[in-house]
Unconditional design. Structure first.
Ligand SMILES: [Mg+2]
Length: 237
């Protein structure tokens, strides 16, 4: 049986211009739910992440324990408002074009992000994707966060685990599938698909792409029909 071709997309700094977690932290500080000190720690961590050196496991574990006892419905509501007010507008026009091109070609469209479902779900809805894979915080029978993560988190090798499980359930052939990302931490997933697509890479991924001879796509904020790659090719060939 010939499987479906999948087009998998990272979210932060791939489909949107910035890191949504950084935007969330700024909002939490503005609204008085997060102290300056915690925000400064988060800022250092985001910088390390952009350079491709951060360990998301410990950051996520801290995040999970910090929301223990809160209602999931409350988090989902607050996150959706933030998404509508601050994230929606940062979607990169070239990313939208790439999604539409894959849709036109009948590909199965999946968001593959380390973000939570409270970001992934509205993003997948906004783009009309077929599915989303993300990192989940465990919730108890009363709808409250337990302080634990659902493992594996959707990061690094964990993205491959989530994607393989999803692909085998939906009949998606990873060998013929695409994956778009900006992040060196996504190298395992780039190697798991037939068509790796490097977009606006962090410094480590840029070096890796050069070493492997992968083309590098540049998706500029607010510049539809830019999207020329460094070698002049267009996404979705
Ligand atoms: Mg990213």
């Amino acid at each position: 049986m010939v499987g479906l071709v999948g087009a998998f997309f990272d979210f932060d700094r791939t489909l949107i211009a910035e890191n949504s977690a950084a935007s969330w932290v700024r909002r939490e500080v503005r609204e008085g739910r997060l102290g300056r000190r915690q925000a400064a720690q988060a800022g250092l961590w985001f910088a390390a992440y952009h350079l491709g050196f951060a360990d998301l496991h410990s950051a996520f574990a801290k995040g999970a324990s910090s929301i223990r006892g809160q209602a999931e419905s409350d988090m989902a509501g607050r996150t959706r408002r933030w998404f509508e007010e601050e994230i929606r507008a940062t979607l990169l026009p070239d990313a939208v074009d790439a999604v539409e091109e894959h849709r036109r070609r009948g590909h199965h469209l999946v968001l593959l992000t380390s973000s939570s479902p409270y970001v992934a779900e509205p993003a997948a809805e906004l783009l009309g994707l077929d599915g989303y894979l993300c990192t989940r915080f465990a919730v108890d029978g009363d709808g409250l966060f337990t302080g634990e993560l659902v493992l594996p988190i959707c990061y690094h090798e964990g993205k491959v685990t989530h994607a393989r499980e999803y692909a085998s359930a939906r009949g998606v052939d990873l060998e013929r599938s695409y994956f778009y990302t900006d992040s060196f931490s996504d190298l395992p997933m780039l190697l798991a698909v037939g068509v790796p697509r490097v977009v606006n890479p962090d410094p480590r991924l840029r070096r890796e792409a050069r070493r492997r001879g992968w083309e590098v796509l540049t998706w500029a904020p607010g510049a539809r029909a830019g999207g020329e790659s460094e070698r002049g090719a267009r996404a979705g060939s």
